[in-house]
Design a binder for this molecule. Structure first.
Ligand code: ZN
Ligand code: ZN
Length: 428
């Protein structure tokens, strides 16, 4: 088995808060040793002086678009993009075409991933058949086939009875439910946040109550059923308050927000910029402050990209016609270890916790840690490299990012999945 010795690297291990300069020895798929001046004959050597090593990033909310929407992304291109972004585990949502709502569909995604993915892929099964919101999908059978969670992401489940029954079933199988909190009667497909920007652009606005009402309902049902609930892409201040309230009552709830809600406000949708059209919509500075407060006090557990690829022609339409969503794999780390970490006023190791072990634990995945005997999923990071975001260089099939041209710092030098290098620049 090939051995690889990474020497003099700054290790940042968020789960154990271990931050020191050390050597890391990878043996096959495993981390064999971590310590100073490891001496191993025959190992390939990397002089990592000046670089950081941390656990591979775990992204628990992404869209890989396969099956059915391969013009936007495939499992092959999506995971290549993830690897370039330092992400070694991707949880992919079920709203493909057709949706992943059966054990056969779960098996298809896993089989495709086995053959074409370069990072670990875990599929989510749909909550309702065909994602129609009416009839519950076979949750137990999908769990047995390898689904890691249940979600109708992309759609809010409007029928409270269906949601309650799904939670009861999911609880039996210890399956987390990932909730896309949206009351569609209130949003009515509105492209931007209800407020100054919807008025300025003269388009219908999407009110934050669409998110807070559904969050409240799902938390009430989670309390009743004992289900494990994960609220995804929190965007509104009051949603953070509601989650905080129910967490204090002992409800099994976790939550994430996405980097774009932490770095942009609805001002980014000005001039009908469809690359800032996301669902839920970008909101205001006040909402953003509440998200940071939620991260600091643990009301929001982690951060996920909601990587949502769309073709250029789909996004190149009027504001109301363009689809919701932006890509996020290749901008995640420079945003996290740049503007987001700085605004939080925390150390890099704490910011990394939100995209590694905390993400994994939110939905019971065994990932996101870098430890002796553990799987060798890790990132080598150059913290000093200048990084001007250029969507044309992305490995993703799509280019729909609002961060094009942003001047950030830091770059992924190499990404390892189960000890194998899946991304790296020429020097490594
Ligand atoms: Zn969603
Ligand atoms: Zn999504």
């Amino acid at each position: 088995m090939t051995q690889l010795l990474i020497q003099n690297v700054r290790l940042l291990e968020p789960a154990s808060m271990d931050d020191r300069v050390t050597d890391i020895l990878i043996d096959g798929e495993t981390i064999r040793d971590i310590g100073p001046s490891l001496n191993t004959k025959g190992a390939d050597l990397i002089d990592a002086n000046g670089l950081w090593a941390f656990p591979g990033v775990v992204d628990i909310h992404a869209h890989l678009r396969e099956p059915g929407q391969e013009s936007k992304e495939t499992i092959a291109t999506g995971t290549r993009s993830a690897a370039a972004g330092g992400i070694t585990t991707v949880v992919c949502m079920a709203n493909t075409a057709p949706p992943v709502d059966s054990p056969t569909a779960i098996e298809f995604v896993l089989e495709r991933a086995e053959r074409t993915a370069c990072v670990h892929v875990h599929p989510v099964g749909a909550l309702t058949k065909g994602m129609q919101g009416k009839e519950m999908a076979p949750i137990g059978a999908m769990a047995e086939a390898g689904a890691v969670a249940i979600s109708d992401d992309g759609c809010g489940v409007m029928d409270s009875y269906v949601m309650m029954r799904a939670m009861e079933y999911a609880a039996v199988f210890d399956m987390p439910i990932i909730s896309h909190c949206e009351d569609h009667n209130l949003t009515a497909n509105a492209p931007v946040n209800l407020g100054k920007m919807s008025t300025t652009l003269g388009v219908t606005g999407s009110p934050r109550e669409a998110e807070t009402i559904q969050t409240s309902r799902d938390l009430i049902l989670a309390r009743k059923t004992g289900a494990q609930l994960h609220i995804s892409h929190v965007s509104a201040a009051e949603t953070v308050d509601i989650i905080r309230f129910y967490k204090a009552k002992g409800v099994k709830v976790t939550a994430d927000t996405a980097p774009h809600y932490l770095t942009l406000t609805d001002e980014a949708t000005d001039h009908f910029n469809t690359n800032a059209k996301v669902n839920p919509p970008l909101r205001t500075l006040e909402d953003q402050e509440a998200l940071y407060e939620g991260l600091r006090d643990g009301s929001i557990d982690c951060i996920a990209t909601d990587h949502s690829p769309h073709t250029f022609s789909e996004k190149d339409q009027q504001m109301s016609a363009a689809p919701f969503g932006i890509i996020g794999f290749e901008t995640l780390l420079p945003l996290m270890l740049g503007p987001i970490q700085q605004r939080c006023g925390l150390d890099p190791i704490e910011a990394l916790g939100w995209i590694t072990y905390k993400s994994a634990r939110a939905i019971n995945l065994d990932a996101g840690e870098l430890k002796i005997g553990g799987r060798a999923d890790l990132v080598l990071w150059n913290p000093d490299a200048e990084n001007v975001i250029d969507a044309e260089t992305f490995y993703s099939k799509s280019r729909n990012t609002p961060f094009n041209g942003w001047k950030l710092k830091g770059r992924v030098k190499a990404t390892y999945v189960s000890g194998r290098r899946v991304h790296g620049d020429s020097e490594i």
